[in-house]
Design a protein around this ligand. Structure first.
Ligand code: ADP
Ligand code: MG
Length: 645
């Protein structure tokens, strides 16, 4: 006679208990041949399930030898045991252990996924099995929509999908009414008649009577072994072991499972994502906000070009005495203009005056500027022309007024060109209208009249001191050198350094540096919120591992490797984070639209780079914070996981 399929010799199973050990199985010797129908009976707590778990390679004996189909398997590692479970065994549990978010068909397919069957092959196989068990009309029902007897049939189909040679059923009728129980036993009979080995655990003598051999256990020992052992070996050779599933296929399955799990817990998944959504949305918006404001400020000063230098009286911006420093005068401008490296010098002076036209009286600022001022300051004319060098030289009374002044003096949109009005005691003639200079939110309400600086000095100030000089140097000249020369020249003329210079390049650099620092600072806060979001993901995933412990145990029982469980949970974490990241980016874009509506000052500038980085970092967060929960899920002991529910 051929070697028995199952051969246990001196099997013991101890559990640590308090100080000592609890001996649950003691010195079990047992042989089961191919094709037997065996019932294991005994009182509750006698060790039946423990023995069954060892037979099914879910658990390892403490000592003793287990030869399965001639191979010693007692002390194999968890992955080798998982592969034996895929190859040899089909489990049927008292409480069915179906996955509630999957259909009947989906549940039957699960073991075949870990076996590596293609989606098509396992679907048609599962459908065939369910058909045969009278469940053909219930393929798309979920466990919750099926009766107990129907659920048990689904679980029998699941046990058969990998062509198990041995069916292990632990109290398969324990939760069923007598008629459904009878049907399940009939199916087991039929499977045995096909040549499959069937081992059932039951405490019910009537159920045990269906088997052809009854083994009775008491206190962890075999106390009786009755019945015949037919030497049937009719089972067709088992289907050849399939190559391990390609890693990509298994990943795709894990992805599908993760989606199913997320769909089953929509609210929880959303709350898990919320931290990531907020984190990503704030990082992306802050970067866009910083970039938008930087570009806006730079475009404001870009009209000035990089080869201009501003010279102001006083020691620095905000020097309170600068208004009283009168040493910066027109002669300085002329001296600077004579230098070889100077392209042009344009002074700025100003005076407050009352404007009169007809019955209207208004106070306004008269800005005395050079003819290049409009270009340099980026002021555009909406009507007429600017004054030219001739006007400046002749101290002409031709002026440009801004739109505010035009509207106030001549009526909204009124025709101002050629009109003459009084400014103080001096009549001025309008030759152009300039757009209003934006100065901060809402624009400026100030009234400004641009006149040649020579006119303002001669008619209003009676002095040649100026409130500032704008020096434009030749393109080829080095800015730092020019700045140094200006400082030396003016210090020599004034006898002291009572002025300061600003070059536009410095302004630009300062602004860029400031906005970058700010962006960095706020981004750091946003990144912290992202980390908090990640910790939230980890926390909820850990809870979900505990909650789904039964599912994990079932997956392991039907042959999932540790890596399969790990990648399933890891992919779920990454998926949650990536979806959260995409939602966060969309939220940031939405914020940009709202911002545009509310503020015309500048718009957010999104960079593709920041979005790619945001997505990559949410993916990374999923990997980092999902790792611990995934590993803890994969390290679970299948027996413990199955019994806890
Ligand atoms: P049966 O299935 O015959 O009712 P079990 O095999 O489930 O009995 O359990 C047999 C004994 O082993 C019981 O006394 C039980 O308390 C003990 N036992 C089972 N699993 C564990 C475990 N993981 N840790 C400690 N004791 C256990
Ligand atoms: Mg039991």
């Amino acid at each position: 006679m051929a070697a028995p399929l199952i051969q246990l010799t001196g099997i013991c199973r101890d559990y640590p208990s308090g100080e000592g050990v609890l001996q649950v199985l003691r010195d079990i010797d047992l042989e089961i041949a191919q094709g037997e129908f065996v019932a294991i009976t005994g009182a509750s707590g006698s060790g039946k399930s423990t023995l069954m778990n060892i037979l099914g390679c879910l658990d390892r004996p403490t000592t003793g030898s287990y030869r399965l189909d001639g191979r010693e398997v007692a002390q194999l590692d968890p992955n080798a045991l998982a592969s034996l479970r895929r190859e040899f065994f089909g489990f049927i549990f008292q409480r069915y252990h179906l996955l509630s978010e999957m259909t009947a068909l989906g549940n039957v397919e699960v073991p075949a996924i870990y076996r590596g069957l293609s989606a098509e092959a396992r679907r048609s196989k599962a459908r065939g099995l369910l058909d045969r068990l009278g469940m053909g009309q219930r393929l798309d029902h979920r466990p919750g929509q099926l009766s107990g007897g129907q659920q048990q049939r689904v679980s029998i189909a699941r046990a058969l999908v990998n062509d198990a040679r041995v069916i292990l059923a632990d109290e398969p009728t324990g939760a069923l009414d007598s008629r459904s129980g009878e049907e399940v036993l009939a199916i087991l009979d039929e499977l045995n008649a096909e040549g499959r080995t069937v081992i059932i655990v039951t405490h019910d003598p009537k159920v045990a009577a269906r088997a052809r051999r009854v083994i009775e256990i008491a206190d962890g020992r075999i106390v009786a072994d009755r019945g015949n052992r037919p030497a049937t070996a009719a089972l067709a050779a088992p289907a050849p072991a399939r190559a391990a599933a390609p890693i990509l296929g298994r990943l795709a399955e894990a992805l599908r499972m993760a989606l199913l799990a997320m769909r089953a817990h929509k609210l929880r998944s959303f709350l898990t994502m919320l931290g990531i959504i907020i984190g990503i949305a704030s990082v992306v918006s802050v970067v866009a906000l910083g970039e938008g404001s930087r570009q806006r400020v730079l475009s404001n000063i870009s009209g000035l070009g990089t080869n201009t230098l501003q010279i102001y009286p006083g020691r620095d911006f905000g020097d309170m005495r600068s208004g009283r420093v009168t040493t910066l005068v027109m002669a300085d401008a002329e001296a600077l203009a004579r230098q070889a490296w100077a392209a042009s010098v344009s002074p700025t002076v100003s005076s407050s005056q009352t404007l009169r036209h007809g019955a209207t009286e208004l106070s306004a600022q008269i800005s005395g500027v050079g003819e290049q001022y409009f270009d340099v300051a980026g002021i555009t004319l909406t009507q007429g022309r600017a004054f030219d060098a001739g006007d400046v030289a002749a101290m002409s009374q031709n002026v440009v007024i801004d739109e505010n002044t035009r509207n106030s003096l001549f009526g909204e949109g009124g025709d101002a060109l050629g009109q003459v009005f009084m400014a103080g005691k001096v009549p001025l003639r309008v030759i152009g209208v300039a757009s209003v200079r934006q100065q901060g939110p809402g624009g400026s309400r100030n009234l400004t009249v641009y006149a040649p600086y020579t006119t303002v000095q001669a008619r209003y100030l009676g002095t040649t001191s100026v409130s500032g000089l704008t020096l434009r140097v030749h393109d080829a000249v080095d800015m730092a050198l020019a700045e140094q020369s200006v400082t030396e020249l003016l210090t020599r003329r004034h006898g002291a350094k009572d002025f300061f210079t600003i070059n536009n390049d410095e302004i630009r650099q300062t602004i860029t540096a400031t906005t970058q620092t700010l962006t960095l600072l706020i981004s750091a806060i946003a990144v912290i919120s992202l980390l908090v979001g990640g910790i939230g993901v980890m926390n909820i995933m850990l809870v979900s591992v505990t909650e789904r412990i039964g599912e994990i145990g079932l997956r392991m029982a039907v042959g999932a490797r540790r890596a399969d469980i790990r990648s399933q949970f890891l992919i779920e974490a990454v998926l949650v984070c990536i979806i959260g990241g995409v939602a966060g980016i969309l939220a940031a874009l939405g914020f940009g639209l709202v911002f545009d509506r509310l503020s015309s000052d500048f718009s957010l500038v999104y960079s593709a780079m920041s979005m790619v980085l945001a997505l990559a970092s949410s993916c990374g967060i999923g990997l980092v914070f999902g790792y611990l929960p995934a590993v803890s899920a994969s390290r679970l002991d299948p027996v413990a996981a199955l019994s806890r529910d």
